[in-house]
Design a protein around this ligand. Structure first.
Ligand code: PHE
Ligand code: ZN
Length: 864
């Protein structure tokens, strides 16, 4: 054995290296003898030579040993095949053959949760991106589309339910208490969409009649005890199916659609054809255990996975560099669906908040990459906010520039043209050009250039001519591998407000295409107030010279809800950045704007709750060149206290007034809870003596988790007897329910409390903490590393705890371990002392022999 094997650099895969496959696999038949300890898999592949060449057949494998290899029925001897980096290599004489392999798997020992694994007594699969090669030898790339026939057999008592993609065709009883089932999927698909599930599952069964009148059997499969928690997911599924018909003209195409919830899952959910597999946190919800955010998460993820049936499955990706083709588009689709189900204004604000919290930092750090990356070491590291959320913003800009009818025409052409194909981002853009009638030449840079563009907006008014001139300049910052950038095509919605009336003469879409551009607007007797990037029309950072007075004006008058929210946020950011810099800041402007917003009875309470929320500590850090987490925390805390204290009667009134009678999921009820929780938060922040008692009262009286968890979170920030009592009560009430116990860990990890970093160490040793469940890991360490003040504790202990977790987790579950690396990679922004501590932890990880390529890639890039 080569002793350097583990230190050798894993290969870098490049987009420019794409080559069409040498062999195709039109059909595959799989036979599974399922068992948690030992499963056998017999795969029969029909293979055909693709083009004229004499290259061998290469079947990817990861940790597989071929027990038998046959070609056209004949067993090959050992000399006729060999393994190369896990892959099975065969030289085949003719243009078409039948290749058969037999392998054994040990699902219960599969802790990576990729391939076939055991979770809570179930057997299930996860194949995206490259998990199928852990199940059987196969050319594991998304441009190989095959028809699947799947035969499963298992002990009937332990695995009474056997599910796979497509439609069930046959089932029967076997010997020794075993039974079997066959499923066929008529739609050719890439192997990353393969799935099977075996286990003791109960079904929430329903039906949906499609627009052409076909009946589809819907099933949501969970543990019997969880059945009552599946109603919301089922409603979301039916709503999604109807929405995709109404908005995109897309109908479901099989006779059954099944969803299975599993407790151990690396991501949110997976869109396997006809058999979606979900992290149970995106299926199970009831008022006692799920917050309104959880309910919305269920709705959004169910929709997302369902929408993939067209944007992802019927039209899939040619290679993994095209990942945003399916993910960006599908996020855009699920965002619009959720907006239609609830409030457009609030959904847009939430989505921008998520983009800024997750994607902007990525785009400005060492892991920045374009929406269509050029290279990767481990594709699992590219399921990022850039691919998903920035990718969705790109589609949104195209839709904005085209308008709804032409965007729909572009989508129709895209689905028509590429149905049954493995396509590229370029194919999508071209369909939009051809179907929508637009030139997206320069726009393509959005797929190529990483980094968040900055737009500087300066407005000048000439009283003599009555013209307003808006000077816009743009720049895209350098990112790894891309020192030089070209100007982008940036669609900016603007409106100019008349100060006297609080109105404007119409909203305009400006197309900024050059580094510097001027736009003039006639007929302004007085200087107007600029509202720009309305509805967040482009994913950029806007710097403007608008005064605090102008921002206050917009926070009271802008008719675009996002712009109104944004004005308020900017007003707060300016005050906070001033405070952080040690200047005496004008808190009164913020207090007044909040008072004004709270007392405007025309506003939706859900919007009010968003608007009055202070920017997060992390977002404030992003506004600064050097981040001082302690100064940020102190400034934000002080402003929060001031807002709490000055508006105390209002908070008390809102909190008392919005008490509900009976739980409802109506938008009005959700909005009321959101605002009530914000009021509680400010009331406690005011320092009022009865604050903790009021929070504890809400915690105890609540008939829903939204209010209960908010009260717990508020208490967790302070020091009080109520804090200890509430955490204790919560733990004892929910200790047996893993998803809810996650909230107990997460609430403490998020807490603004000087002891958080020590508490994390304790919780990491808690008997209910485990590294084998990704949700639990994220609830503790994922949440903690997002708590800027606590994670960046000057002792460096936060860094050490996260690095320890990465090292311990890597051998168990490298994908989940790698996702904990990025916060450590932001060292350049945190001053020399913290930077040194963070780099030291990254180097300590790098020094560990046998690191996975997942963690290796992220750590190496983070040290650059
Ligand atoms: N394709 C899934 C989705 O976004 C995400 C996922 C990726 C799930 C990889 C599992 C593994 O819908
Ligand atoms: Zn997706």
């Amino acid at each position: 054995m080569d002793i350097h094997a583990s230190t050798a650099s894993p290969a870098v895969i490049r987009r420019s290296d794409y080559r069409a496959p040498d062999w195709l696999v039109p059909d595959i038949a799989l036979r599974f003898e399922l068992d948690a300890a030992l499963t056998t898999v017999r795969a029969t592949l029909s293979v055909t030579r693709n083009g004229q060449h004499d290259r061998p057949l290469r079947l990817d494998g990861d940790g597989l040993v071929p027990l038998e290899v046959r070609v056209d029925g004949r067993v090959l001897d050992q000399a006729e095949w060999h393994l190369e980096a896990g892959a099975l290599i065969l030289t085949l004489p003719n243009d078409a053959h039948q290749v058969e392999t037999l392998v054994e798997l040990a699902p219960e020992r599969n802790s990576k949760l990729m391939g076939l694994y055991a979770s809570g007594g179930l057997l299930c699969t996860q194949c995206e991106a490259e998990g199928f090669r852990r199940i059987t030898f196969f050319p594991d790339r998304p441009d190989i589309l095959s028809r699947y026939s799947v035969h499963m057999s298992a002990a009937k008592a332990r695995f009474p339910i056997l599910l796979a993609n497509g439609d069930p065709v046959e089932q029967g009883e076997g010997d020794n208490g075993r039974h079997w089932a066959v499923w066929n999927d008529p739609y050719p698909k890439p192997c990353y969409l393969f799935a099977l599930v075996a286990g003791d599952l109960a079904c929430n069964a329903d039906r949906f009649v499609t627009m052409s009148g076909r009946e589809v059997q819907l099933g949501i499969w969970v543990k019997e005890a969880d059945l009552p928690r599946t109603a919301h997911a089922m409603q979301a599924l039916k709503n999604s199916m109807a929405w995709d018909e109404r908005v995109y003209g897309r109908e479901y195409d099989l006779d059954v659609f099944n969803i299975v919830a599993v407790a151990d899952f690396n991501f949110g959910a997976m869109e396997n054809k006809g058999l979606n597999i979900f992290n149970s946190r995106y299926i199970l919800a009831d008022p006692d255990t799920a917050t309104d955010i959880d309910y919305d998460g269920v709705e959004g993820v169910v929709a997302h996975e369902y929408f993939h049936n067209w944007s992802g499955n019927r039209v899939t990706c040619r290679d993994w560099f095209q990942l945003s083709l399916k993910e960006g588009f599908t996020v855009f689709r699920d965002q619009n669906f959720s907006a239609d189900m609830g409030s457009h204004a609030v959904k847009r604000i939430e989505d921008v908040r998520i983009l800024r919290a997750g994607q902007f930092p990525e785009d400005s750090g060492p892991l920045a990459h374009p929406v269509r990356p050029e290279s990767y070491m481990e594709i699992s590291n590219f399921y990022t906010a850039t691919i998903y959320n920035k990718g969705a913003e790109l589609i949104r800009m195209i839709a904005l520039m085209l308008g709804p009818e032409r965007f729909r025409a572009g989508c129709d052409l895209y689905f028509d043209r590429h149905d049954g194909q493995a396509a590229t981002c370029e194919d999508f853009v071209r369909a939009m050009e051809d179907g929508g009638g637009i030139d997206l030449g320069q726009f393509r840079l959005w797929y190529e250039q990483a980094g968040t563009p900055r737009v500087r907006a300066l407005m000048a008014h000439d009283p003599a001519s009555g013209t307003v001139e808006l000077a816009l300049t743009q720049s895209v910052p350098p990112t790894p591998g891309q020192p030089e950038k070209q100007p982008m095509a940036i669609p900016l919605r603007v409106a100019l407000f008349d100060r006297a009336t609080g109105t404007h003469h119409g909203d305009e879409l400006l197309k900024l295409t050059q580094a510097e551009q001027r736009f003039t607007f006639p007929d302004f007797a007085a200087a107007p107030v600029l509202s720009i990037n309305r509805d967040f029309s482009a994913p950029v950072i806007v710097d403007s010279d608008r005064s605090q007075a102008d921002l206050a004006f917009l926070s009271a008058h802008d008719d675009d809800p996002f712009a109104r929210y944004e004005a308020m946020q900017q007003l707060m950011v300016n005050v906070l950045v001033g405070r952080i810099g040690g200047q005496s800041a004008d808190d009164a402007a913020v207090v007044d704007a909040i008072r004004h917003t709270l007392t405007d009875s025309t506003l939706d309470p859900a919007f009010v709750a968003e608007a009055i929320r202070l920017p997060s500590e992390a977002y404030l850090g992003d506004q600064m060149h050097m981040v001082d987490p302690d100064a940020i925390h102190a400034a934000r805390d002080a402003l929060q206290h001031r807002i709490g204290a000055e508006l105390e009667p209002l908070w008390r009134d809102i909190h008392a007034r919005l008490r509900a009678n009976g739980f409802s999921l109506s938008p009005a009820a959700k909005g009321a809870r959101k605002l009530r929780n914000a009021a509680l938060h400010y009331l406690v922040a005011s320092g009022a003596a009865d604050g903790p008692a009021i929070a504890f009262d809400q915690f105890s009286q609540a008939d829903n988790m939204t209010e209960r968890q908010a009260a717990l979170g508020t208490l967790a920030n302070g020091e009080s007897a109520e804090r200890i009592a509430a955490l204790d009560i919560f733990y004892n009430r929910y200790r047996a329910d893993p998803l809810t116990l996650d909230k107990w860990f997460q609430t403490q990890a998020f807490a603004f409390h000087p002891g958080t970093v020590d508490l994390i160490e304790e919780l990491g040793r808690h008997k209910d903490f485990t590294l084998t469940n990704p949700n639990r890991v994220r609830a503790l360490y994922g949440a903690f590393s997002g708590n800027q003040w606590a994670f960046h504790h000057r002792s460096g202990k936060g860094y050490r705890l996260v690095a320890d977790c990465i090292l311990a987790l890597d051998p168990i579950n490298p994908q989940t371990a790698a996702r904990l690396v990025p916060p450590l990679g932001r060292w350049k922004r945190f001053g020399p002392e913290r930077a040194g501590l963070m780099q030291a932890e990254l180097r300590r990880i790098l020094d560990r022999p046998g690191l996975s390529k997942d963690v290796l890639e992220q750590v190496r890039k983070s040290l650059d």
